[in-house]
Design a protein around this ligand. Structure first.
Ligand code: ZN
Length: 145
């Protein structure tokens, strides 16, 4: 199933890549009428939340503090593959998939399935060299035993 969802995310991304030209996710959001907002801190109940999509009105909220912490973790871990990407655009791309999928456009998917497709969408749209899910592992590493 996970393979199918990655394929779904990639297929949706391909719709926006015209003759090899990859649009900037933030520009795509603007074209689609999705407002971009930046806030410093995430809601206290979700201190690790880096971004979210809200549907009414369509809006992507980026939480700068946890995104900056992730940026620091990327440098601390010398993830050169990740340093090349624009972290804000990666998050916009991920949330944009939630906008496109909103209303179960691709059928009744579980939250985990939607996440897998959204990660694959962002990876394909931005031609990332790494799996976007790895960002969350870096941001919240397993505690050492
Ligand atoms: Zn998501």
């Amino acid at each position: 199933m996970a393979e199918d969802l990655a394929a779904l995310g990639r297929r949706v991304a391909q719709r926006f890549i015209v003759r090899g030209v990859r649009p900037k996710p933030s520009a795509l959001a603007e074209q689609m009428g999705v407002e971009l907002m930046q806030q410093e801190a995430p809601p206290p109940a979700q201190p690790r939340l880096r971004s979210e999509y809200r549907a009414a009105p369509p809006r992507i909220v980026l939480y700068c503090d946890p995104i900056n912490e992730l940026d620091a973790a990327i440098y601390a871990n010398q993830r050169f593959d990740m340093m090349r990407c624009d972290l804000l655009e990666v998050h916009v791309a991920h949330e944009l998939f939630h906008h496109i999928e909103f209303g179960q456009r691709f059928g009744a998917l579980t939250p985990d399935e939607v996440e897998a497709a959204a990660h694959a969408f962002a990876q394909a749209l931005l031609e990332l060299d790494f799996e976007p899910a790895e960002l969350s592992d870096l941001a919240a590493p397993e505690p050492h035993l």
